[in-house]
Ligand binder design. Structure first.
Ligand code: ADP
Length: 209
């Protein structure tokens, strides 16, 4: 969040004089209380200042990046997951490529007869299969997919930042969001590098995410 010159000044005044009432802050700035009220609300909501009733304002001592990190640490996977695109193990590589284009995604999740996660297909997996001499209609995706148990997954209540860390550590583009069932993992969503990039940009630009 970009602070205005007046807001920066207000933080300085509080830092030097805490606890300080809004009236005293307004007095120091030679402004009315009504004029500075919106700024005080913003600074309090953003976590720079703390208001204690009948005492006054305190400086929380937190920097912009600390506050940003604090907000980020609250985000859960379930708030940001998008719809997964799945294919059956028996689907052909040709069908998988069509699915990828039709749904405008870069990662497909493969499911078995029990509708549980059994594999992942990336763009490069499909490209690799395509440059061989195979007939892509006759090549089922289960032959070329990355298979369980080597698949990184996340769950709805996990922190988004942990998902982001897995994507970075494993150098992959997407994670299936899964639900545990007695027969295996059901795919209920996906988190991708695009999701993380969007949250990152909106957080910095201070949009609502
Ligand atoms: P690309 O291969 O198009 O660059 P990725 O970086 O996502 O895309 O995939 C790299 C490899 O990792 C591929 O072989 C893919 O099957 C595999 N992969 C992708 N997502 C996952 C995942 N969530 N868990 C395990 N492996 C994955």
């Amino acid at each position: 969040m970009e602070l205005s010159e007046r807001q920066e000044k207000m933080i300085e005044i509080v830092k030097q004089n805490e606890p300080i009432t809004s009236e005293q802050i307004a007095h120091q700035l030679k402004l009315s209380r009504a004029t500075i009220r919106p700024d005080l609300s913003i600074l309090t909501m953003a976590g720079y200042l703390e208001a204690r009733p009948r005492v006054g304002y305190f400086f929380t001592g937190k920097t912009g990046s600390e506050l940003l990190a604090k907000r980020l640490m609250k985000y859960k996977i379930k708030e940001f997951q998008s719809v997964p695109v799945v294919v059956k193990e028996s689907a052909s590589v040709y069908d998988a490529i069509s699915m990828m284009f039709l749904n405008d995604v870069g990662t497909l999740f493969v499911i078995n007869n029990e509708k549980c996660l059994s594999g992942v297909l990336s763009r490069k997996d499909l490209l690799r299969a395509s440059i061989g001499n195979h007939d892509l209609n006759d090549l089922p995706v289960h032959i070329i997919m990355t298979r369980m148990p080597n698949i990184s997954v996340c769950r709805p209540d996990d922190l988004l930042i942990d998902g982001a860390q897995t994507l970075a550590d494993k150098q992959i583009d997407g994670l299936p969001v899964v639900k545990d069932t007695p027969v295996g993992l059901h795919v209920i969503g996906r988190i991708t590098k695009t999701t993380i990039t969007r949250v990152f940009a909106e957080l910095i630009l201070n949009e609502h995410v």
